[in-house]
Design a protein around this ligand. Structure first.
Ligand code: PEP
Length: 253
């Protein structure tokens, strides 16, 4: 039985005050039932991780980073390592978010190094995969997702995969207000789970959480999460509004 997981990606938003206010509202609004039966995480910008982790220290809400670098330390100006993230209270780390793939230019090889280093450093990576609009229109969704999954997880054993969550985020649905229909999302989630079954084994594929992301809102979250292979959601814009994020958590209960 896969416990539902709702994660919020704040992207490059909030400040030192609004980040704390936001999580205080989320923590006080998460009813006990939700916190027991749903895994909840927020991913603030690096510079607010510490204040957010402190504000959440007596809650069940976990903190994640939006990115990391794969080296443990050294001359890598501007980068942040897994151990630094652990040190400030992070449990999760997004790896390969589409904005990092397509705006910053990260490759599958780099993302794989990050996923591997995250696990090595005791973090739980959330590997984001998903196709561009033109790739979907050219019927290349499965091909792209296969590459992202296979290359993102290259070299990882089934045991290591226990630490990993996958987030299917069609790029055309991120921040656009367009959402994949529950059927469209389920079709890709099913495809990813079968792919993992081929790469690993049935048990591993059945146990891994696959989240959907792309314009998830309170009015579409429940239907998306009612699909057999959709184990939760990765939420961007709506995670910046406490009431919306709380409603999405409630939809996962
Ligand atoms: C995201 O940033 O991962 C995301 C899914 O954003 P949004 O919910 O705003 O589409």
């Amino acid at each position: 039985m896969r416990k539902p997981f709702v994660a919020g990606n704040w992207k490059m938003n909030t400040n030192s005050q609004t980040s704390v206010k936001l999580v205080e509202r989320i923590a006080s609004g998460s009813v006990e039932a939700a916190s027991q039966s749903v895994i909840v995480a927020v991913c603030p910008p690096f510079v607010y991780l510490q204040v957010v982790a402190k504000a959440l220290s007596s809650s069940n809400i976990a903190v994640g980073a939006q990115d990391m670098y794969f080296e443990p330390d050294g001359a890598f100006t501007g980068e942040i390592s897994a151990s630094m993230l652990k040190d400030v209270g992070c449990s999760y780390c997004l790896c390969g978010h589409s904005e990092r793939r397509h705006v910053i230019g990260e490759s599958d090889e780099l993302i794989n190094r990050k996923v591997t280093a995250a696990i090595g450093g005791g973090l739980l990576p959330i590997l984001c995969v998903g196709e561009l609009l033109e790739e979907r229109e050219a019927s290349k969704t499965n091909e792209v997702v296969t590459r992202h999954v296979k290359e993102g997880l290259a070299g990882l054993s089934a045991e290591k995969l226990e630490a990993v969550t996958i987030a299917y985020e069609p790029v055309w649905a991120i921040g656009t207000g367009l959402t994949a229909t529950p059927d469209q999302a389920q079709e890709v989630h099913d495809f990813i789970r079968k792919l993992l079954g081929q790469m690993y084994d049935k048990k591993t594929a059945e146990e891994i959480r696959i989240l959907y992301g792309g314009s998830v809102k309170p009015n579409n979250a429940a239907e998306l999460m009612s699909q057999k292979d959709i184990d939760g959601v990765l939420v961007g814009g709506a995670s910046l509004k406490a009431d919306d994020f709380l409603a999405i958590i409630q939809a996962a209960v």
